[in-house]
Design a protein around this ligand. Structure first.
Ligand SMILES: Cc1ncc(COP(=O)(O)O)c(C=O)c1O
Length: 367
């Protein structure tokens, strides 16, 4: 049975009527920029994640740039982040004038706290954990490092929406946290969209200024800013999705449990932590990233049977982009990138499709 990695049309079909109603309302009213849905979505998102403020922005990359800027990170600063992330995380550090310092990831594929602490220098000002694959890092350890060295925390929770550590949502631990609503994300829009959340009113005010030409509520320009607002149409779509987000995450967690049941005995694979294996972590499974022996052979076998898989970042962690001037040696991340693979993981998957992925993987390994 063919199983696409991600089926955008099926995703649209799941909520087609609700989407059309929400969008028709916006279109009929001609309410496109900074309108009611925008405010409603920001309030609903802040409430969902447990933050005092949420600010919609144009995409998840601008969200990181604004979060760093508003947290006071800039020229001369070093910011520590994992190399296993999208180039957008490092690029955001670059574009606030700071230097991205890349470190190894741990067994769960998220930033390794020991590696982060070892990379601290007198210029380090910020830890930028990436809540990858729908999992929140051990934020007690990250916070302890930040406290010991007087560092700011900004979270890239582009992939982390809905995941929790000790009951607290990804994005709400540091000075600010950011989300991406790219269509394939767990909370996906119909194009580019993002948000920043924070607890501090002054940081929220700065972020709002940065994304709306530096204009305050009276329309008066009080700072330099750019145009990176969340479109009201996207906000309307995101309100529909947010209402169902808990159901979507439940479905993802049940698919992860099925993968664990069907593949957990294979010595050729390392699976992500199972849904209920550690009470401190509530994973939302934005992605299901396995490590596989003969990864490329497995990928080809699945592809030959119509099953879509993906290697994150097109197979290249950030430190391997020599053109950007990185010289750091990260052997564990290099090694992980010979073995990591994303299996299909989204709420459109049927049980039969998940079984089919499992059975083709077992066939490949002769199990
Ligand atoms: C870890 C991570 N950081 C940042 C981003 C950037 O978000 P966007 O594509 O919305 O700019 C993404 C999006 O794919 C991501 O996965």
């Amino acid at each position: 049975m063919p199983v696409p990695f991600f089926n955008y049309s099926a995703m649209h079909a799941m909520y087609a009527v609700a989407y059309r109603n929400a969008m028709a309302d916006v279109l009929d009213r001609g309410a496109f920029v900074l309108q009611t849905e925008n405010e409603e979505f920001e309030s609903a998102l802040a409430e969902f994640v447990g933050a005092s403020h949420a600010i919609g922005v144009g995409n998840g990359t601008d969200a990181i740039v604004f979060a760093l800027r508003a947290a006071g990170i800039g020229s001369g600063d070093e910011v520590i982040l994992p190399s296993h992330t999208y180039i957008a995380t490092a690029a955001s550090v670059h574009f606030v004038g700071a230097t991205p310092v890349l470190v190894e990831c741990a067994d769960d594929h998220l930033i390794d706290p020991d590696a982060a602490e070892a990379a601290i220098t007198p210029r380090t000002s910020c830890l930028l954990p990436v809540q990858l694959n729908g999992r929140t890092a051990d934020m007690d350890r990250i916070q302890a490092i930040a406290d010991r060295h007087g560092l700011t925390i900004v979270e890239d929770a582009a992939q982390g929406v809905g995941s929790r550590f000790k009951g607290r949502m990804a994005g709400t631990f540091g000075a600010a946290g950011t989300y991406s609503f790219y269509p394939a994300k767990t909370l996906g829009s119909f194009g580019d969209a993002g948000a920043v959340v924070c607890h501090d009113g002054e940081i929220a005010r700065q972020i709002r200024l940065l994304g709306d030409h530096g204009r305050n509520e009276e329309g008066h320009v009080v700072a330099w800013g750019v145009n990176s607002r969340l479109d009201n149409l996207q906000a309307a779509v995101l309100l529909v999705r947010l209402e169902r987000l808990n159901e979507e995450i439940d479905r993802r967690r049940s698919i992860a449990a099925t993968y664990e049941d069907g593949l957990g005995d294979l010595e050729q694979l390392v699976l992500p932590p199972a849904p209920d294996v550690d009470p401190d972590h509530f994973d939302a499974y934005q992605n299901y990233e396995i490590e596989a022996r003969d990864r490329d052979g497995l990928k080809a076998h699945l592809s030959n049977h119509g099953i879509g898989t993906l290697i994150q970042w097109n197979g290249t962690p950030v430190h391997q982009f020599e053109e950007l001037g990185f010289t750091v040696d990260l052997p564990r991340t290099d090694e992980l990138f010979t073995r990591c693979l994303l299996l299909p993981m989204n709420s459109m998957l049927t049980d039969d499709e998940v079984d089919s992925v499992i059975s083709e993987i077992r066939t490949f390994y002769g199990a």
